[in-house]
Design a protein around this ligand. Sequence first.
Ligand code: ZN
Length: 477
Amino acid sequence: MRVIKRIKWAGWVALILFSAVTLGAIYHLVSPEIEASSGTNQITEKEEKRQDFSEDASLNVRTETKETNTYTMSISMPTLKSKSLDTPIKEWIEQQKSVFIEEVERNNAVLSADNLAYLTIDLKVETAGELYSLLFTSYQYVGKGQPTQVFKTFTVNMRTGESVQLHDIIHLNDQTSGTIRTLIKDQLMGREEWKDYVREDVLNEKLSDLDDLKWSVNKQALDIFFDQYEVAAGSVGGIEMKIPLEALRSYLNPTLLNNAQLEHMTSIEKSQLDPNGKYIALTFDDGPSPKVTPRILQTLKQHGAKATFFMLGKQVETYPQIAAQVANDGHEIANHSYGHPKLTKMTSQEMIKEMSEANTKIEMATGIEPVLFRPPYGAYNSDVVHYAKMNDYSMILWSVDSLDWKSRNSAAINDIVTNNVTNGSIVLMHDIHASTAEALPELLVKLKAEGYQFVTVSELLMLQNENGAGPHFGHVS
Ligand code: ZN
């Protein structure tokens, strides 16, 4: 998805000064405290009321976390006022837990602090009129083999409390079913990252009864989900696709989804994020690196978090598989120049070469053409802005500098970030320092407990409806 941003000059200088002064001050005030790390079998439970989900609080979500010396578990547990759904949801979660625990016990010998098993079940809620769709994403690693991603969806009519099936919202007959099958197949076979990995016979089988599909609905689209390994090779990961309701309009059940409740998509690039949500874009610069990047990827996966990696062309050239892994995990890949020079000291020609060589290496390794550019050291002048814009890049700076490059201390990194983030922040970190990888698990737990979700920079810009090539900073309050 290309997000093209146009330049907004106003306020840059103020923002730079503000961030520099504030962060500088805070950095000096915060003494790096090492928290007494508690040992094993610690169980923490957090209650979190998500009133934005429903005005009458008929949907509450509680996050239960558990840490032992062999695994971590973080599970979002909703309580609905729906008898027909509360039980199946509970049963599904219990089943995920018990299968996981069994596997963990079986693999006990290979599990340790360096090889922790994990089960993370995240919940996303989408609404369309009276319909609430609950999407659970379960990320699991049992100590051996590859982590896996599994989806589960439930849709409920909040007025009646009844569970809703696909045939309740779409009039399914031979013709409409055929259209939906075609829409799904076209997307799977048409997308570069999926088409060579899809097993068509398995897919046809899965599409034979559309009521068996995992789906959720919002005001713009019907989303369809396939687990990792379900219809494609495991390397593809879980598959999520959107069918615009526009394409299904004449088949929709008018009592459940009438025109007034739906939003016409003005563009396929419309942000899917909740405008009332709290979002942060974590960014990692100067990698990929063989020692740190994989650790960061594992932590992000464990928390269902997405981030943006500003890669150096030189590093991508040396470690193309790690770059590809970052892309496969669904993170945003961005350009941070080829060799990390100070662009402001270069001729235009050298500058262009730095950008385009990095672009080429990234595209060769990941198949992705980045749309975001961050100049090394955040150093730019009008030439840098000009060439970034010419190449359709959005120039991205940051609003919170973790100073991880300076402190190399995980507690200090956590303090700076947690004390400075606000909704819409872009956080600068580096996936080349072990201390950054070390800081991340606790940081994500803390920020999640405050209600933050972690998205890519492009997603954040779409949500903020930002126009312009940049430079962009996260919101600074
Ligand atoms: Zn850098």
